[in-house]
Write a protein that binds this ligand. Structure first.
Ligand code: KG4
Ligand code: ZN
Length: 346
């Protein structure tokens, strides 16, 4: 394909690469089967997501065996649809980027095998991507907004992770801290179950909380002084103790306020300490309205949060990381395996 000047990535300071790319992204880390075609890490040409959420709702969580079977059924159609919607053929694609982890092993393997098959058949390079990193790069996909400015202080809050990460440049991550027990999304899901609200718990709590006073219950805030870590298990236990009060709106609102308070408070403190220019909030929980509002109200520096459609799992963000990794020269072998517990920073 034609190479035009679009992006400039500093590699080791002096040798710069300028290149336009088209990356096919594939994501199957949890319960969404997704494929996308993204141009130069910024423009979404197509993004297809087949969600299994309705099938898992009855179990109150993702049922791994069901998830991998459903990925197998969906993957071929989802990838074909993404390619046809993008109006570019495989011959115009530069690389296949795929989520290697973290996530459910049986789910990851479906996407990785699809990506390997495509790479083998077409001769395209294969690029393994970290799912947490992908959540961060969803912000580069927001239309009509300038690129984020480094250093960025990133909060990743999803069903499996709550991480504070400092990004001084592309693809460089310093982990400041993370949850010692439940992830923020996991806390939302568990508390929703305690309150008899539907799975996934985050959106259910958000809706229930709309009718409640967030100061009704004084739930604990675990500040974990002297660290950048989080802990949400004590909060969950505190909600459990009050659950018999049968006031789900008040409990939901007070719980949401406690989680939000700690996530925002610690992120802002870290941003100040490390002199971040902007804050980036990503992952499924970043869809939470109270969290977004509290960040906007309290932060003195810009807080970048992807639009709702990019907060939850999708493959456009996987392809966006693929662009930067492709420019940085990453090419993975066809025998790479999934990494279900892959940390963003070792
Ligand atoms: O990033 P994600 O889609 O999947 C991974 O865990 O990778 O995040 C899912 C999590 C779930 O725990 C869900 O309850 C939570 O994000 N979530 C929310 C909201 N929407 C989704 N939590 C709070 N408020 C929301 N509006
Ligand atoms: Zn995710």
């Amino acid at each position: 394909m034609a190479r035009r000047q679009a992006n400039r990535l500093e590699l080791g300071g002096d040798d710069a690469v300028t290149q336009e790319t088209r990356i096919l992204g594939i994501e199957t880390s949890c319960d969404e089967t997704a494929a996308a075609v993204v141009e130069s890490g910024r423009n979404i040409l197509a993004s297809v997501v087949a969600s299994q959420a309705a099938q898992h709702a009855g179990y109150g969580g993702v049922y791994p065996e069901v998830a991998s079977r459903m990925h197998i059924e969906a993957i071929h159609g989802v990838v074909s649809q993404a390619l046809s919607q993008s109006h570019v053929g495989l011959e115009a694609i530069d690389a296949v980027a795929v989520t290697r982890g973290p996530g459910l092993a049986g789910s990851l393997v479906v996407g990785l095998n699809m990506a390997k098959g495509m790479a083998l058949a077409s001769g395209l390079p294969l690029i393994g991507v970290n799912h947490l990193e992908a959540h961060l790069y969803s912000i580069w996909l927001v239309e009509d907004e300038p690129d984020p400015i480094f250093p960025l202080l990133a909060l990743i809050v999803s069903g499996g992770h709550s991480e504070l990460v400092l990004m001084r440049d592309h693809l460089t991550y310093e982990r400041l801290g993370g949850t010692l027990d439940d992830a923020a999304g996991e806390a939302f899901d568990k508390v929703a179950r305690l309150l008899g609200l539907a799975y996934p718990g985050g959106p259910s709590i958000q809706v229930a909380a709309e009718g409640g006073d967030p100061t009704a219950f004084r739930f604990p805030r675990a500040w974990m002084e002297g660290t950048w870590d989080f802990s949400f298990s004590g909060l969950k236990t505190a909600v459990l103790r009050e659950v018999r009060s049968r006031q789900p709106e008040l409990l939901a609102a007070s719980f949401q306020a406690a989680v939000t308070d700690v996530l925002v408070g610690k992120t802002l403190a870290a941003a100040e300490k490390f002199q971040a220019r902007q804050i980036l909030v990503a992952g499924g929980v970043s869809a939470n309205r109270a969290l977004r509002q509290t960040f906007q109200n309290r932060s003195k520096i810009p807080v970048r949060v992807p639009p709702l459609g990019l907060c939850t799992d999708n493959a456009a963000m996987t392809a966006a990381v693929g662009h930067w990794r492709f420019l940085a020269g990453q090419r993975d072998a066809l025998d790479i395996d999934v990494l279900p517990t892959w940390p963003l920073v070792r």
